[in-house]
Ligand binder design. Structure first.
Ligand code: BGC
Length: 752
């Protein structure tokens, strides 16, 4: 990393000062410590160190009240002075409630950084953080991708990495160097309001795609890299009720087998920061858990970056979790557990209380140093000590460019998943009269989901008017498209008029789903799709025309009463700004669908099992009880191409790492479509001393098949990949018989 003139000048002064310090202080510096950072650290006061550990909401330094800022938003210099100069605050986050154009962001970030580098003793820039979940979603005009769940459906590491690279570029274009993404939580409970932010239910997919996102965010040049943030360590998605931030009960072996691998992989891929789970596991809030934050994260996983709390989570140790009677005790708990930075976010209590704790000797300055060292290191790695802290508007010429939007559309097209296609209803013919209806048919808000220009993403005033909704995109491809909404999310809207319009159509495309939401506002009691939508589709079905059901939703809402009677069903997830065009291309056969479900689509409210359930949860042969009987299983996805698999082979080999198995299979595309085929390898461990899973995904690859082509796909797995986590939480190897499965092909192998 380049050291700039400003930083060198600063370091020069500090180095001189360091020479006059007692020699003992220098010897305390750990091996591998960065001398420049150590030099700053030695000069910092306790107050300054605590400032670095403090993260404030942008609202706190803007004109107006927190959550009620004066429009247009402006920095309030007096408030900023208090934060940066009086409290030495080292980090700011968020967007004041909504997205800004680039110019406004540059003004905001520029003002903050100018204050930090001109008015403070050590001239340490602020580490600004934001949630850029599916593109730089808080910057107007940025490229919006499908939400992560949709991206996962493409099973395409390179695509996720490229999307993250573009997001990093467009985030850095406004001077923001820290992205609170990716979400590495594993979506095991479909009720959870943040399922759409995950890469689905399988730990391997979450780990692989999470790592791809981290590489895309971080492995760029200084000017287009952002620090990734692994979220939310650990077990956040496992809430028993499925409601956000409610208790999880996770046995150690399940924690290690299901929830940990994505974080392990992210750390291997050098993720620079982590955000902590706001919830509690087995009665212990994670923010107060030394076992999770220090023993596991630091000592076992060797994570060296910043651990930041989630929103108000130290406050919640007192007010919600009730493990601390006072905020001061809560602060003590979180810092002792291993927190580096507190997302306070709206006051200075954390700073004041932590200062008191240090004065009282309960928290040592040494402890502060550990955290501040990590924080300064991330700032340095992000190039914040360089001169060009805030770019000019002329820089980043590719922002929002056609090159970027092409990738977003490609991602949407590769994610959309065809679940049913009876009697080859799809693709449609442009001469067919198509009636498009439903709450998602003409809504950009629904295509984009939460974290789109605002937190919940539900205000259409932020829509990009240049983008096409589903019905607009379809009407661009065919002049035989008519539209009427007919039904909202939870009530019919002029349904009789819509039904009579539907009567004169050849095909009905019913675009149903869920109003965007995330976190607490997205809590639900019932996974069923809203009754009004179900009954509306029932009415459409009564017309006797083929109904194509398009689902645009945060999580898989149950459709068991209608799905079997619809001629075709498509899962669109929340495909982003280009979702309308992508869907239209798929509906009209300009693009062959290729997405596969990254999670189980359940059929029943009380049977929410994942695909990798235990053998005892398979359908009972004798009594026929429902166990795992989903609407559609993990990995399911149809194409228009009739892709064929044949010739599955397993070839054992040995290399320096030990035994491995090369699995090959022939894939044929007999059609005239180009197909982006995801090949999934499942393995079934027939017997093991801890009950094995009925099957487990062990590898996946993505290939493009030209029309009328055949390829051989190779995958390699190590013997270690066939280990399992035993009852005691250890990864163990047991030889025996394994069944390898790709699509309809199976082959057994006995491994001693
Ligand atoms: C969410 C985090 C997010 C943070 C900052 C929290 O409420 O849980 O995922 O990064 O807010 O916006």
């Amino acid at each position: 990393m380049n050291c700039t003139k400003r930083f060198l000048a600063l370091f020069g002064l500090l180095a001189l000062a360091a020479c006059s310090m007692p020699s003992g202080s220098a010897s305390k510096v750990s091996a591998g410590a960065d001398p420049e950072i150590e030099a700053i650290l030695r000069r910092m006061t306790v107050r300054e160190k605590i400032g670095q550990m403090t993260q404030l909401n942008l609202d706190v330094v803007c004109e107006g009240e927190v959550y009620n800022l004066v429009e247009p938003h402006h920095i309030d210099s007096a408030k900023l002075h208090k934060a940066i100069v009086d409290y030495h605050v080292g980090s700011i986050l968020n967007c004041g409630g909504h997205a800004y154009p680039r110019e406004q962001w540059l003004q905001i970030i520029g003002t903050i950084q100018r204050f930090a580098v001109t008015k403070t003793t050590h001239k340490i820039p602020v580490l600004y953080g934001i949630d850029a979940i599916h593109g730089a979603n808080y910057v107007m005009g940025s490229t919006l991708f499908p939400q992560p769940l949709g991206q996962a459906a493409a099973f395409d590491r390179a695509l996720v990495e490229r999307g993250a690279e573009i997001t990093a570029y467009e985030t850095r274009a406004v001077g923001i160097p820290w992205n609170f993404s990716p979400v590495l939580d594993v979506a095991r409970n479909p009720l959870w309001s943040r399922v759409f932010e995950t890469y689905g239910e399988e730990p391997l997919v979450c780990a692989e795609l999470g790592a791809a996102a981290i590489r895309g965010y971080q492995d760029n040049s200084d000017s287009s890299r952002v620090a990734a943030c692994m979220k939310h360590f650990l077990g956040y998605s496992a809430a028993r009720t499925g409601k956000d931030r409610t208790p999880a009960y996770i046995p150690n072996n399940v924690l290690r087998e299901i929830y940990l691998p994505s974080f392990v992989k992210a750390i291997e891929n050098r993720a620079l920061t982590v955000m902590i789970n706001s919830g509690e596991i087995n009665g212990q809030p994670v923010h107060a858990s030394k076992e999770i934050l220090t023993d596991l994260l630091r000592n076992e996983l060797r994570f060296e970056g910043i651990a930041v709390t989630d929103w108000e989570d130290i406050i919640k140790l007192q007010l919600n979790h009730r493990v601390a009677a006072t905020l001061k005790e809560a602060t003590y708990m979180a810092i002792s557990a291993g927190i580096d930075m507190c997302m306070v976010p709206n006051d200075y209590n954390f700073s004041d209380l932590l200062y008191e704790l240090v004065q009282e000797g309960r928290i040592t300055e040494q402890r502060l140093n550990e955290s501040v060292r990590r924080i300064l290191m991330v700032k340095k790695k992000m190039g914040l000590f360089n001169d060009d802290l805030v770019p000019s508007i002329q820089e980043y010429p590719l922002f929002g460019s056609a090159t970027f939007t092409k990738t977003a559309q490609e991602a949407a097209e590769k994610s959309i998943t065809l679940l049913e296609n009876r009697k080859a209803t799809l693709p449609l013919n442009i001469n067919q009269r198509v009636f498009v209806t439903g709450p998602a048919a003409n809504s950009m808000v629904m295509l984009n989901g939460a974290w789109t220009r605002t937190w919940q993403g539900v205000d259409p005033q932020w829509d990009n008017a240049a983008m096409n909704t589903i019905q607009e995109a379809m009407a661009k491809l065919s002049s035989n498209v008519t539209f009427m909404e007919g039904c909202g999310i939870s009530e019919w809207k002029d349904a009789s008029a819509a039904l009579s319009m539907a009567q004169s159509a050849d095909v009905i495309v019913a675009c149903m789903g869920e109003w965007p939401s995330t976190e607490k506002p997205g809590d639900i009691d019932d996974l069923n799709l809203e009754a009004a939508q179900i009954s509306y589709v029932e009415e459409l079905l009564k017309l006797g025309k083929p109904v194509v059901l398009v689902l645009v939703e945060n999580r898989p809402r149950l459709v068991n009463t209608i799905a079997d009677r619809c001629a075709a069903v498509i899962m669109a997830y929340q495909p982003g700004d280009f979702g309308g065009d992508a869907l239209a291309n798929i509906l009209y056969g300009k693009v062959c669908p290729s997405g596969r479900l990254p999670l189980t689509y359940p059929r029943f409210n009380h049977s929410l099992l994942t695909y990798d359930h235990k053998y005892t949860e398979t359908l009972d042969q004798k009594f026929g009880n429902n166990a795992y009987l989903p609407q559609w299983t993990f990995g399911h996805g149809l194409t228009y191409a009739n892709v064929q698999y044949s010739n599955l082979k397993i070839t054992p080999g040995i290399n320096q790492q030990g035994d491995y198995y090369e699995v090959s299979v022939d894939v044929t595309n007999p059609s005239n479509y180009t197909v982006h085929e995801s090949t999934l390898l499942f393995v079934r461990d027939l017997y093991a001393t801890t009950t094995p899973h009925a099957r487990k995904l062990k590898a996946f690859v993505k290939n493009t098949l030209a029309p009328q082509s055949k390829i051989t796909v190779y995958m390699k797995i190590d013997r270690g990949d066939l280990k399992f986590v035993d009852y005691h939480g250890n990864h163990v190897w047991e030889g025996g018989e394994f069944e390898f499965m790709i699509e309809n092909l199976k082959q057994n192998i006995t491994i001693p």
